[in-house]
Write a protein that binds this ligand. Sequence first.
Ligand code: UDX
Length: 442
Amino acid sequence: RTTAPRLTVIGTGYLGATHAICMAVLGFEVLGVDVDRTKVERLAAGEVPFFEPGLPELLRKALDSGRLRFGTDFAEAAAFGDVHFVCVGTPQAPDSDAADLTYVRSAVRRLAENLDRKALVVGKSTVPVGTAAELTALVHEVAPAGEEVELAWNPEFLREGFAVQDTMNPDRLVFGVGSEWAEQQLRAAFAPVVEAHGTPVLVMDLPTAELVKVAANSFLATKISYINAMAEVCEATGADVTALAGALAHDARIGGRFLRPGLGFGGGCLPKDIRAFKHRAQELGVGQAVTFLGEVDAINKRRRARTVDLVRELAGGSLDGARIAAWGAAFKPDSDDIRDAPALDVAVLLQDAGAQVTVYDPEAMDNARRAYPQLSYADSAMDAARDADVVVLLTEWAQFREVDPEILAGVVAHRRVVDGRHALDRDLWSSAGWEYRALGRP
Ligand code: UDX
């Protein structure tokens, strides 16, 4: 690919590392840049600093090809790249629901200060609508090449646990651009993806591209909270939300994906994205249009409290001194991410209510230990369950589904299980003598 653009990826966290690695594997020369020297050194040494299936193998392949490098120098990035992808985080601000744009602003500024020739800066981070316009002004002000530098927005929809697949073969590519030239640059950067899979490319203006991402995540969060709201109604009527969801899923207009009831959503995206969107809409004077996102958030949080109630009920009405095995810490299976993890929230609520909680997670133990040193941890699902009064499944890892309830019965004090994710086979567990409870099921 002699005419292929050279790419830089600014920010080598979850999104940036995956993007840099995949683009190098697809044949581009890529430089990954981060202010965090340790992160950069680990990646350069072939070590992915987080859990993501398939990514370590691709990192080694990309490094072996000689097309992927990592560094901390923005001047080097500016000199090297034709297209610069900005992949830094936009966490929730410490004191409000707004997104914290500090990292995006500083990454774009530090890069732009060094851009002395025509280049494209492409935002990938999830941002409040209007950020691209603000950053365009910033780039034009500080870049030595001035208005020669253009800004585009290319939102990223990757899911943790499927990051490689979602990057190599996305459902669609969204290009928010202000010129024909910017569109051509992005088409060149994604040519291998589109050639391999015929991926639909949707070209639009910048604010629409920014909105696609928050609108998509808001829809997904709403779908989950919708079925969880139905679970609340089910509990009041003796109906079964898993049967309800299964029947709704057969309507092709509704569909079964993101309709799994349970403990609700967490992670580094959905919770903060709906809050930031609501905040931004208020700033824009259209807060009313998305008031429902506050409800979506509230329903989601109620699931955590309700799970604690179910455990308390099973424990005989009080959690004081109850020994609870908490299976799962990550916000979802196949991830070591504990950001806004419903599982750990529930574990802490149980402990605050007087329970002795022992947590086990297949991948998120180190992160959990660091963030919640007050909880106890075990080395396996079985160890966590030793002498437990109640076992509560909080993250639906495959290994928890596969546990034999007959064998587990031999280690617990009482055969009582709360299935926070509808992951266990109720009939199997009941016939092994377990008292089984799940959100939204009789
Ligand atoms: C999400 C979006 O899916 C992705 O497109 C975006 O780029 C980033 O945010 P991710 O946070 O990795 O991805 O996780 P996802 O698989 O979407 O799950 C989010 C949460 O919803 C998890 O806590 C999961 O357990 C929960 N969930 C998901 C449900 O409770 N029910 C469902 O039916 C689906």
